[in-house]
Design a protein around this ligand. Sequence first.
Ligand SMILES: Nc1ncnc2c1ncn2[C@@H]1O[C@H](COP(=O)(O)OP(=O)(O)OP(=O)(O)O)[C@@H](O)[C@H]1O
Ligand SMILES: [Mg+2]
Length: 443
Amino acid sequence: MFVKERRGRRGFLMGPRCPQTNATFACKKCEKVYTIDDGSGGSHGINGSEPHFQNPKQIKEYLDQHVIGQEYGKKVLSTAVFNHYCRMQMNKNRGENAAKNDKVCLEKSNVLLLGPSGSGKTLIAKTLAEMLQVPFSMNDATTLTQAGYVGEDVESLIFRLLQAEHGIIFLDEVDKIRKRPSAIRDSRDVGGEGVQQSLLKMLEGTVVTVQDKSKRNGRAEEYQIDTSNILFVLSGAFVGLDKVISQRITSTSIGFAAAKKETVNEKVSEQTHYDFIMSKLETDDLINYGLIPEFVGRIPVVAVLQELRENDLVHALTEPKNSVVKQIKALFKHNGIELVFEKDALVEIARLAIKKKVGARGLRGIVDHILQESMYAAPNSDISRIIVDVPAVKGERPPRYVHSKTKTKSDGHLDLQDEPGITTHPISALSTTLAVAPAPARP
Ligand SMILES: Nc1ncnc2c1ncn2[C@@H]1O[C@H](COP(=O)(O)OP(=O)(O)OP(=O)(O)O)[C@@H](O)[C@H]1O
Ligand SMILES: [Mg+2]
């Protein structure tokens, strides 16, 4: 495999296109544009391999290893990504046989992912980015300003994805570019409506000329990118959108009566109030929230993530490959200490996270807080086992410690009741240093 560099007619660098992906790519170091030629006549993907999944289910199965719950959201995203691959493949075939046939050219379906804070929106995107073999660029809408103003403009998103015109751009915190109510009378809404306007062209698909603004000296180089094959996944918490929906529902007497009736049924279906209201989401609600109609019109797929419930949070604590509990256990194990969470304690941690209304995002903070003193005192001491139980989670007293002198054989099971031989002591009875440590106060 070798890399070719070529200078285009108008002075900007252009590599010959990959026959399969129709892509060029930019070197991060020298920032020139190249193309990979492996001499195989062009049967390679952008990074030299074919997609390693045959259907959306396989993508979802990968997501399942990292993201708890959110069945609907994971299905929608897996399908969107899989269709993106199919579209690339079909449009490429169509391009190759353009003279012979008039097959349908598939257009992309951008996706909007909504859901409460800490429900897994960014996590889903990060997990997809890890697994996908198409270039995936993660961006934050809060940094964007309208072209010509101080800040990052929309074209810089495209520049970052220069490697491939068939990649995926994930734009997070997109609710932050809503039209600001204060800006309704002022046309210069550079961080809100202005950015939405700038995004319209990209979302739909067009050939844009982007400039490499990273170069301070000399003339900025220009690149032409076709965005029609870039899939956009937009995401945001849209705080307050549920109130916009409620207002719409209750503003009509028929709607109000229907909503009331469904609220009664809601108890049967175990939906939270938030999930119930969000299930009534309509395009107009997004517009009333501050997205401009043309922007909403370019995002045909909307998936709403749910509030994680107690059971989901317990699973989120323990099951994902890189779960909070697995991480903290590994940290203690590194110091020769076995860390044990009693089952009820995990449930209590989940309840605390729900109280704080921060979703799964709060779990790490709660666990860190419970074990703060232990992380400080236990390494390189005679403590061999630490047991987190309900009183420890509630902050009524510190976790229980087992010292190596008193430790009997342990089979490593989580449930203490399985191991009646273990002698456990409150921390204060065992260590002078730790005896004075107060139980951590709940923040
Ligand atoms: N469904 C989930 N399954 C497992 N862990 C989760 C889930 N949702 C969130 N988490 C945990 O919470 C952390 C924060 O989640 P994430 O960043 O995805 O939230 P978000 O939905 O993007 O929220 P925000 O709107 O505040 O950005 C993740 O890193 C992960 O540890
Ligand atoms: Mg997020």
